[in-house]
Design a protein around this ligand. Structure first.
Ligand code: CMC
Length: 452
């Protein structure tokens, strides 16, 4: 049996136009008049089942064309559930609202990675192990020194995460459960350190080593902001707000960066290189880079008076309303709702209340939600619309916003990477294409025309 025949057979479809059960679809190929009845499983058709529709014996078989995966499930996953029209987000079955209210980021990270909530002992061990692995090799500091003073911290994070693979060469033994476990702990533990080091480099300030007395979010604030004080003491309200932001960003099923981690990981590369692919994807302004773009947009708009003309520009296609719209949510992003509640709280602590950009954001949201252009396209604020305002209030420069997104998303990337490795259906990600180029050109003849 050829590879193609095997795939079609595995797809479990049956030939012929039989009446069949209700949970099937019958497709007639009008080129040949042949019909096939294909099973519908979990609301999906196996794309490879279509391959038996051929317009001749040598035909490859029918493919699906789906750039950007608009209608293609690329995996089975039991990690994160999203109902985009109802605005629902759940991790391992727990709602994001409950997790933000009653849990901590490290507990959610455990839940994502292990599938169940930890017992008290498991949580204590997990927290201890992550705390004990926050340090990075001293050589990484020298590596950072190679970057220019104005290097974007996200570029530095990308480079240092991928460099981790050279410090832990055994991590390429991805079938070894202990290597997998250590990679999960190391990545979650070291990401805040790498992020803070990138920030300190860009500020020309000395690196601050992790403080194991502080919790995950507090330690990150310390590595960012500690100056001459002997002991950095984060404001617990700010550490709590940051921890909530970490929970909100921990996972979001098959988004661009997670899909990148899975695709790159499917080549069986080490987990640090796969995570670096996630960082690269997150960098883009349509994904994690949107929070930085939102703040730049709000600053450019400048005042509430300029909001109507800005929105006219969006409707004329001259601008994009950053922080609005989502591939999956066609309703208010539940994460944006939770973040919005924390904005005022944080501004109160930091004394940033009255920030004119908050007024611009509020006016933009109000007008957009009342405008047919946005409502007809189901464009609502997403997680990035308000998160930047909180980061700014925390004194975090805009270039760091996406870096901070990468810290918690790491737990989601790891959970998805582990799930992919254990999935018996995993194969190397290798899409097909529709070839649109030339064929069988005569090189010598064309070179002669070019005088060579
Ligand atoms: N401003 C103005 N119009 C928009 C926007 C926007 N932010 N987003 C979508 N549209 C319009 C788009 O022009 C299209 O209109 P038409 O039907 O007339 O051509 C329609 O809405 C459908 O949009 P789409 O581009 O087909 O939607 P998509 O699913 O491909 O893109 C998106 C999703 C998030 C990339 C897009 O909404 C966007 O670019 N938003 C701004 C960037 C942003 O905030 N990204 C953060 C996403 S949430 C955090 C994360 O997961 O990273």
């Amino acid at each position: 049996m050829s590879e193609e025949q095997v795939e079609v057979a595995e797809a479990g479809s049956s030939n012929g136009a039989g009446g069949g059960t209700a949970n099937t679809v019958t497709i007639t190929d009008n080129r040949t008049g042949e019909s096939v009845e294909l099973p519908i499983e979990d609301g999906t058709l196996r794309a490879t089942a279509l391959r038996q529709l051929k317009d001749g014996p040598d035909d490859f078989g029918l493919m699906t064309y789906d750039p950007a995966y608009l209608n293609t499930a690329s995996c089975r996953s039991a990690i994160t559930y999203i109902d985009g029209s109802a605005g629902v987000l759940e991790h391992r079955g727990y709602s994001i609202e409950q997790l933000c209210e009653h849990s901590s980021y490290l507990e959610v990270a455990y839940l994502l990675v292990h599938g169940e909530l930890p017992t008290n002992d498991q949580l204590a061990t997990w927290t201890h192990e992550i705390t004990m692995h926050t340090f990075v090799h001293e050589n990484l500091k020298e590596f950072l020194e190679g970057f220019r003073y104005d290097a974007h911290p996200m570029g530095m994070l990308l480079a240092t995460v991928s460099a981790l693979s050279t410090f832990y060469p055994d991590s390429k033994n991805i079938d070894d459960p202990e290597e997998r476990r250590m990679a999960a702990i190391r990545l979650i533990a070291k990401m805040p350190t790498l992020a803070a080091f990138a920030y300190r480099h860009s500020q020309g300030m000395p690196y601050v080593y992790p403080d194991n007395d502080l919790d995950y979010a507090g330690n990150f604030l310390g590595m960012m902001f500690k100056m001459t004080e002997l002991k950095y003491e984060p404001d617990p309200r700010l550490a709590k707000a940051l921890d909530t932001l970490f929970i909100l960003h921990a996972d979001h099923e098959q988004n661009c960066s997670t899909a990148a981690v899975r695709a790159v990981g499917s080549s069986q590369v080490d987990p640090y290189s796969a995570a670096a692919a996630g960082v690269a994807a997150l960098y883009g302004p349509l994904h994690g880079g949107a929070n930085e773009a939102v703040l730049r947009m709000l600053a450019r708009i400048g005042s509430v008076d300029n909001v109507p003309s800005f929105l006219d520009g969006v409707k004329d296609g001259k601008e994009k309303l950053m922080g609005f719209g989502h591939r999956v949510y066609k309703n208010y992003d539940p994460r944006a709702r939770i973040i919005k509640k924390h904005v005022d709280e944080v501004l109160e602590v930091t004394g940033g209340a009255g920030n004119p950009l908050l007024d611009v954001a509020t006016e933009l949201e109000k007008r957009a939600l009342d405008d047919e252009y946005f409502t007809s396209r189901k464009l609502y604020p997403n997680v990035d619309f308000y998160s930047g305002l909180i980061y700014e209030a925390l004194g975090i420069p805009r270039a760091m916003f996406t870096v901070i997104f990468a810290i918690p998303r790491t737990s989601g990337w790891i959970a998805q990477w582990l799930e992919m490795l254990d999935d018996p259906e995993t194969k190397i990600a290798r899409p097909r294409q529709i070839y649109t180029g030339h064929r069988q050109r005569d090189l010598q003849a064309d070179l002669a025309v070019l005088g060579r």
